[in-house]
Design a protein around this ligand. Structure first.
Ligand code: ATP
Ligand code: MG
Length: 456
């Protein structure tokens, strides 16, 4: 694997120290010693890199873009790192906006593509607590620095490689090339401290390990088992962003398995996780894994995906259970499902803030599970046109696949979608409906007869 890399490393690092520390000279891989070619870098990223350079600034490609290019993968996006301040970057590009509260970044817009340009930053020194809270969490992170500072404040060594546009070399301060070659994900610096500064790095570790098939270096791994609970301090909106990256990037199944392995999943979806602890015959676990398999397959095929489906699938088991409780209290099936959905979502969004536009869609998918059972009259003709029908039907298929007793219903709806209008009408007519047209509805529960008090 990566034979070019092995070659370059043996050539360049014969006398290199085992591990690098701040202050050490970086490894510099010349153009012939790595496989990054400008033809694989987006034209817009190249434009940004070159304009910065021509204006007298340093400019590098950095982060996931460099990592993915070195691995022979197609980067998701391109990030640029420079010694120009955000204001200086703005003066160079008409199509530039400055963003960010925690730290300021320049976004250069080209149609739908955005090139993110960040000024070199330094991390807070150990003896400078100005930007940190008591528990080590970073509050401010906007201290400018040198290229070297910028490398050491990044999260993983493989994410801290810089492609220099002025001479096409790759600059490596932290030993990232070696780790990349070994398939190893290593936290830069002391893992405990780096996870305390920003607990989301634990989720990023899992995501990158899943995506690249890398294994976590020992200390980087051990610290996760100890510090998972720090995720409780992370803002719910940020966790939502991370959840999307973890489960909608095409490696959802692997990510889910690793999150469970590192005991992090429960900090994101507590009720789903609790259901898996007390599961009977593996149902909730299989259900979530299958939902993610579907999503991964759709990503692979370039089909659209929505966070609403993810939420609907992850919370299906807690919602189903809660709806059952409401039903026992005498509510109708539909009402029970609505209220259960609302209650479970209200608790879930405290941890991971799914925006309302998605949770409302998930709620529709759940209540449609009830509506799909009512096949009498003409309601199926309307239902099949409903904007959420397809997603609700997918959820139904998933339930059938995982052993809920809805296979016959799922087959009916599969066929219903395949046939013409006339056939649809006769399918509906063939359904025996109890009075009131509520096909498939449960019989009302009879109260058990009261026990007569014993007379003797
Ligand atoms: P991808 O875009 O493929 O998800 P990426 O590595 O580019 O992966 P981004 O979130 O785009 O990830 O971040 C870009 C770079 O910024 C990272 O490669 C890393 O160097 C740095 N970075 C991002 N988040 C953090 C963090 N929480 N702590 C330290 N460095 C970070
Ligand atoms: Mg990126």
């Amino acid at each position: 694997m990566l034979s070019w890399l092995k070659r370059s490393l043996t050539k360049n690092t014969a006398d290199a120290p085992q591990s690098l520390s701040p202050g050490d000279e970086p490894f510099v891989y010349s153009r012939d010693d790595h496989n990054i070619s400008r033809s694989n870098i987006s034209e817009n990223a190249l434009k940004v890199l070159y304009r910065l350079k021509k204006s007298g600034y340093e400019s590098y490609l950095v982060g996931g873009g460099v990592r993915d290019l070195l691995l022979g993968r197609e980067p998701k996006d391109f990030d640029v790192s420079t010694d120009a301040t955000p204001e200086e970057v703005r003066k160079l590009f008409r199509n530039c906006r400055l963003i960010g509260r925690r730290f300021r970044l320049a976004h250069v817009h080209y149609g739908r593509e955005i090139i993110e340009v960040a000024t070199f930053r330094a991390s807070h020194k150990a003896d400078d607590d100005a930007g940190k809270m008591e528990n080590g969490l970073i509050l401010r992170d906007n201290v400018y620095g040198t290229l070297e500072d910028d490398a050491w404040r990044r999260d993983f060594t493989v994410n801290a490689l810089y492609y220099d546009i002025s001479d096409f070399t790759v600059v490596d301060y932290t030993g990232g090339m070696d780790d990349l070659d070994e398939g190893r994900l290593r936290v830069i610096g002391e893992p405990q401290a780096r996870y305390r500064e920003d607990p989301v790095r634990m989720l990023r570790a899992v995501r990158f390990a899943a995506k690249m098939g890398f294994r976590l270096e020992q200390e980087s791994e051990a610290a996760i088992f100890e510090l998972g609970y720090l995720l409780e301090d992370v803002v719910a909106a940020r966790l939502f962003d991370e959840v999307l990256k973890m489960f909608q990037g095409g490696y959802g199944v692997e990510t889910f398995e690793l999150l469970r392995h590192y005991r992090l999943f429960g900090y994101l979806f507590p009720e789903t996780d609790a259901g898996m602890q007390h599961e009977e015959n593996g149902f909730p676990l299989v259900f979530v894994a299958k939902a993610l398999e579907n999503t991964d397959a759709r990503v692979e095929q370039g089909k659209p995906i929505t966070p609403a489906f993810l939420l609907a699938a992850f919370l299906w088991e807690p919602v189903r259970k809660e709806a059952e409780l409401f039903r026992r209290k005498g509510m109708s099936d539909l009402e029970a499902m609505q209220l259960a959905g609302d209650a479970v979502v209200a608790r879930q969004v405290r941890t991971v803030a799914f925006p309302k536009r998605f949770s409302l869609q998930s709620r529709e998918m759940w209540t449609m599970q009830e509506r799909l059972r009512r096949r009498g009259g003409k309601s199926p003709l309307r239902l099949v046109e409903h904007p959420r029908f397809r997603a609700a039907y997918d959820l139904l298929l998933l339930r059938a696949q995982c052993g809920e007793e809805v296979q016959e219903l799922a087959d009916w709806w599969t066929r219903f979608q395949e046939v013409d209008q006339e056939e649809r009408l006769s399918m509906c007519a063939a359904i025996r409906t109890p009075r009131g047209g509520g096909g498939g509805r449960r019989k009302p529960r009879r109260r058990p007869p009261r026990k007569k008090p014993a007379t003797d």
